[in-house]
Design a protein around this ligand. Sequence first.
Ligand SMILES: [Zn+2]
Length: 145
Amino acid sequence: MNEPPIADKFAAFEELIPPLDDLNTPYREALSRGELILQQCQSCTSYQYPFESFCYECGSNLLEHKVSRGQGFIYSFVKVHQPYHSAFKPFIPYTVATIQLDDGPRLLSAMLDLTTEVKIGDRVKPRIEKITASESMLMYELERS
Ligand SMILES: [Zn+2]
């Protein structure tokens, strides 16, 4: 079985990968399988991201990992014209958006390779790109693209 190739334009993100720890390892392993997972509280059922050792809503530590379809809409965004890191240079200008997930949490995500302007409320879906053999990166794209 052949793995899909890693696009050169994404390989440069490797140096931005944070170290693995107990909280981010399950998330990163899921992303490398092509899945987005969130934490779900077993006491109050709310979903959360980023990962923590307790529920943001009720404080319980009974948290499980659940696969999320990852869809949502643009809650807010900025268009970035400065290459704050060389990995982003091929994508200038690119969008960084706060995504309101249908599952509840909001997350911050890059939207690279957009071919149209975005606006608040636009429906979006996750796009998971391999950046190394074992690491993938979550970004977002418009549902209609
Ligand atoms: Zn809870």
